[in-house]
Design a protein around this ligand. Structure first.
Ligand SMILES: [Zn+2]
Length: 433
């Protein structure tokens, strides 16, 4: 994933203090060694859009076959019953799933805080599982009674939102190059907060030196809402309120038109592409190949587990590759293109392009090790098999030089215990309906 697209063979990687310090053949040992003979090693995958809390609401019958707005309205009443425990346990399970699928760094977009829930709940889960974590402090402030989509009991006062953004930035955000936790400001979407909050959020983020994230131009309804309420397309709305630049990344952008693609390229505004969610909600096919051609920075996201409903990042990369081919042709998007989106592309739109997403001296030691000797990749001729065939789980995962997954087993948390808590909470929620 370096500028020359170098692919090494039979290489040793020396890691010290969380960093890749040397590449070469026959490097002398001196510390712990991990034998990855016969494996493919990629930079750790980067997930740029998720709602970890939704891991507790997979395959909810009322939301299975709806489009975006109807899907949200079916799920809001369930999410309104969540507590800090629901947030923590759903994040643990979602993070474990990401880790097992090769993800070393993930962002999360938490935009509702019922019953005392806080951003702190998901950050605690990330600290336990051990992934590099970009928590985004989401928000909704326009309830049903004011023409918004969410029920009034799930929205917050705008001043309280900004105050809590400042609290979590001051408490958790680490601007350093080896940061394990960063915080971004992330009003949920233009259809759930006011124009003033979008503008103030951008001012706050710039003042604090943190990034901005939201949903944009997700489907036709979303664009129609923008035209009707704001009198302009989503790209114009974003630009007017300070929501363009290399410190901003927007989820989806399925419906960006050519002028908006040009705007995003000129301003280096990032896009989190979420192909499975876009298929699941019939939102459409994001013009990712055209965005990349124009120079828009693009990363990959699994999106929340209520609209995917899987949270497997390497499978998401495969889906990105397949979907671009449907709209642009078989030669339009290679396995390597999709892997780049899932690694370096994601690191770049999260503002970590100088330290994550490549296997090179000076980069953080975030690595995914894939065993290509199993049945999924049997008979393959090229490492592109990782996306064209499989596997869909890592053998080992290293984050900041630390083994998080070893031999296919999560080492940092008791997955069995997490899943039984998850099952109990999901069952209780479904009984109460
Ligand atoms: Zn989303």
């Amino acid at each position: 994933m370096d500028d020359a697209d170098t692919e090494h063979r039979d290489l040793d990687i020396r890691i010290a203090e969380g960093q890749i310090v040397e590449l070469g053949r026959g490097l002398e040992g001196g510390g712990a060694e991990l034998n990855a003979r016969g494996c493919l090693i990629t930079p750790g995958l980067v997930n740029t859009h998720h709602h970890l809390f939704q891991t507790l609401t997979r395959a909810v019958p009322a939301a299975q076959d709806a489009a975006l707005f109807g899907w949200l309205q079916a799920l809001y009443p369930i999410w309104a019953r969540f507590t800090p425990e629901h947030m923590f346990v759903s994040a643990q399970a979602g993070l474990a799933e990401l880790a097992l699928s090769g993800c070393t760094m993930t962002s999360d977009h938490l935009y509702l805080f019922p019953n005392g829930a806080q951003l702190d709940d998901t950050i605690a889960a990330a600290e336990e599982v051990g992934l590099r974590f970009h928590a985004t402090r989401g928000a909704m402030s326009i309830g049903e009674s004011e023409g918004g989509l969410p029920p009034d009991r799930l929205v917050e006062d705008e001043e309280a939102i900004l105050t809590d953004c400042i609290r979590v930035i001051d408490r958790f955000h680490d601007p350093g190059p080896n940061a394990m936790i960063r915080v971004a400001v992330a009003p949920c979407s233009p259809f759930s907060v006011s124009r003033e909050l979008m503008r103030d959020a951008a001012l706050l983020a710039r003042d604090k030196g943190v990034m901005l994230h939201t949903h944009l131009a997700e489907n036709d309804e979303d664009v129609a809402y923008s035209l009707e309420k704001f009198g302009c397309r989503p790209g114009q709305y974003a630009e007017d309120l300070g929501w363009t630049g290399d410190d901003v990344w927007h989820a989806h952008c399925v419906k960006l038109d050519p002028q908006e693609i040009d705007l995003f390229a000129r301003s280096s505004t990032g896009v989190a592409h979420c192909p499975c969610s876009n298929c699941r909600l019939a939102s459409g096919i994001a013009p990712v190949a055209r965005m990349r051609h124009a120079g828009v920075p693009v990363g990959l996201g699994v999106d929340g587990s209520a609209s995917n409903d899987a949270g497997n990042l390497v499978a998401e990369a495969r889906q990105a590759m397949l979907l671009q081919r449907v709209s642009e042709g078989a030669g339009a998007f290679s396995a390597r293109d999709a892997l780049r989106l899932a690694t370096r592309g994601g690191a770049e739109i999260l503002g970590r392009g100088g330290e994550c997403g490549q296997i090179a001296p000076g980069f953080r030691a975030d690595l995914a090790i894939w065993d290509l000797s199993g049945v999924e990749a049997a008979g393959s001729w090229d490492p592109a098999a990782l996306l064209l065939a499989g596997p869909t789980r890592v053998r080992d995962l290293i984050v900041e030089g630390r083994l998080i997954v070893e031999g296919g087993v999560l080492k940092t948390a008791d997955l069995g215990a997490v899943l039984s808590k998850q099952r109990a909470l999901a069952e209780a929620l479904s009984v109460e309906i």
